[in-house]
Design a protein around this ligand. Sequence first.
Ligand code: FE2
Ligand code: FE2
Length: 251
Amino acid sequence: MVRVVQFSDTHLRASQWRHQRGFSRAVRRAGPGAHILVTGDLTVDGADHDSDLRAAQQRFARLDAPVHVIPGNHDIGEEPASPRQMQPISVQRRARFLDIFGSDRFDLALPGWRLIGLNVHLFGTGWAEEEAQWADLEQAVATRGESRIAVFLHKPLFIEAPDEPEAASWAVAAPARDRLLDLAIGGAIAIFASGHLHQALTRTLDETLHVWVPATANAANTPRTHGALLMTGAAIWDFTPGKFKMRFVQT
Ligand SMILES: [Fe+2]
Ligand SMILES: [Fe+2]
């Protein structure tokens, strides 16, 4: 069994004590010896403040564990299709993130599993990096063999229903959403696990589990649906070949 702890929406900044305390509480609840995933919104405003990105990077470096991160809208700005956006993703914002964290994606192979972290904010940019990300994901799905695939990304694929016309900036917008759902058909992607909404929820669509992982920083009354829980905390995943268990820990 391999344990993976997923934190999301840590919203760290050197002077933001409340969020730092929330993160430390979540780290204590998670315990030692696991892989750590952080699914975006690492910072309060890394999109405009390098110092926020550095504060988060330094905090994660103190964890005695391998840490794998992907960005959120607070870290590099939002994808072009997000109508609510005030900070668009830009080449410079992404370059700053890469400079400090090394990558905006991850690909972690475990026995019987492949855990893939995506940068959702590339969707709709038309950049070469967006196409490279799609190509890598499609290749992973096509060559998965006996392994199962879990995809980690900052935004959920939908709020109420997979065919909802538009969920403002709360979910991945079409056509990227539809492309992800098509790739998942038949359980080819077993899990989508996201942050962004600062709430906790699990639900199954066809043969895929969709998980909203709560923030370590604070709970938020963003669009709530299907009994989503307002809580702070993290998700603890235990992966064995062909199987997994997931539970939320409240902090
Ligand atoms: Fe957030
Ligand atoms: Fe977010």
